[in-house]
Design a protein around this ligand. Structure first.
Ligand code: AMP
Ligand code: MG
Length: 415
């Protein structure tokens, strides 16, 4: 086993072969989940001007400081200020302006009295009254949202490397940032191989299985915010496999992913093709499932050869491919958010770094992991019943119930 790379060594070798993609500009509408490529510095205040946070009357607090329910203060209403206009007048002593939520405060006024604290009608169709009785003494600034309360000019509001959320996009819109600088998406070619594979819409015939990896892995590429380029399924024929790989090279993809054919079987050609037409960096990692993971380059394009077994290729993608796709869009490679969990049952491993499918639940307030289904690396249904991968470190062969371990959630989008 000592000739095998550790998971960490393999991850580092792979990661070091990739760079961050160039920047492109996309419309706000296209920016959800894209990764910001520049820090965003506000060039306006938010809000841009002092404005009312209520429908009511803009007043001078000085005028109404003794106003109460029982002894109201009467003011002359000199203006009506709807949202969207910029009032030019100045409120003089003894005056008020009717003002709507979001409307700019007139000069002179320093507070808003909500309509509920006046004798004015709350009917939205009511005419502008000539006078208003104020029933409450506001503090200076009450119900006023001052310019720059949320964001000030010059402030860095979002930093590069952030995957844009809906609320981030709203903030960019408020600041007038469009188009948005983001990292280009990585383009990832996917080739499945295997004589035994038939497509899901075809009847199952003796000795064949349906190709699931094309579908799982393409979806994982999308989940990692990259663009899958499906090359199709090649039979176990070196010439045909090469023909497909050449299509990926012609398309100048960032990465070629292959499925199956990297082990020591007689018909495992992917690895030998990489060896002959590029270079093979390694093809065995001290992990389970997923020991046969090949990494190298084919005609200058990096290739990661994932194992054929569906669970192995899933885990291989999580451990080796997803970090690369994140690196290419400028997301820094901290370790994923792992949970500390307690084992509900004893587990046995073989000393390789092992990723068991498990189900995590809270029991007596403690995150507890139970193994999910048969752990065989071909068993996708077991994987669908799991909500996390339980990580048994290299060198560990058995653990009692109650032991603490790390688990990697797999049910929500990776990030
Ligand atoms: P191999 O790496 O070619 O030895 O394949 C390992 C196992 O994965 C075999 O049982 C294959 O039948 C299976 N396998 C290979 N490719 C796929 C695929 N695309 N979908 C589902 N299973 C696959
Ligand atoms: Mg095969």
């Amino acid at each position: 086993l000592s000739s095998y790379l550790s998971v960490k060594e393999a991850q580092q070798k792979i990661l070091s072969a990739f760079n961050v993609k160039p920047v492109e500009f996309v419309a706000l509408e296209q920016s959800y989940r894209r990764v910001l490529a520049q820090d965003i510095i506000a060039s306006v205040n938010l809000p841009p001007f002092d404005n009312s946070s209520m429908d009511g009357f803009a007043v001078r607090t000085e005028d109404v400081k003794f106003a109460t329910q029982d002894s109201p203060v009467t003011l002359q209403v000199v203006a009506d200020i709807p949202a969207g206009i910029s009032p030019q007048l100045t409120i003089q002593p003894g005056q008020a302006a009717r003002i709507m939520t979001g409307a700019q405060m007139p000069k002179g006024a320093d507070a808003v009295v909500p309509v509920e604290y006046t004798d004015a009608s709350q009917d939205p169709n009511s005419r502008l009254p000539e006078q208003v009785r104020i029933l409450h003494a506001p503090r200076a600034g009450e119900y006023v949202r001052p310019a720059g309360q949320d964001v000030q000019i010059g402030q860095t509001v979002l930093t590069a490397g952030r995957k844009l959320s809906p609320q981030d996009i709203g903030l960019l819109a408020s600041l007038g940032i469009t188009p948005v600088p983001v990292y280009q998406k990585a383009r990832v070619a996917l080739l499945t191989t295997g004589d035994e594979l038939i497509q899901p819409d075809q009847p199952l015939t003796p000795g064949k299985i349906r190709d699931s990896n094309s579908y799982t892995i393409a979806a994982m590429i999308e989940m990692s915010d990259a663009i899958p380029i499906r090359l199709g399924n090649a039979p176990d024929d070196p010439q045909i496999i090469q023909k497909y790989l050449d299509i990926a090279v012609a398309q100048k993809v960032d990465l070629i992913l292959t499925s199956a054919g990297v082990s020591v079987g007689t018909y495992d050609f992917v690895r030998t093709i990489i060896q002959q037409h590029g270079h093979l960096e390694f093809w065995r990692v001290n992990m389970r499932p997923g020991k046969p993971i090949a990494f190298g380059a084919y005609k200058g394009i990096p290739v990661i050869g994932l194992p054929g077994n569906p669970v192995s290729s899933f885990v291989g993608f999580m451990v080796f491919v997803q970090p690369v796709l994140q690196k290419m869009v400028g997301i820094s490679q901290e370790r994923h958010s792992l949970l500390r969990v307690r084992l509900a049952e004893p587990v046995e491993s073989d000393g390789r770094e092992t990723y068991f499918r498990c189900s995590i639940s809270i029991q007596n307030g403690i995150l507890t992991a139970t193994l999910a289904g048969h752990q065989g690396s071909a068993n996708l249904a077991g994987l669908t019943r799991a909500n996390a991968l339980l990580i048994i470190p290299a060198g560990v062969k058995s653990l009692p119930a109650g032991a603490e371990l790390e688990a990697w959630p797999i049910t929500s989008d990776f990030d």
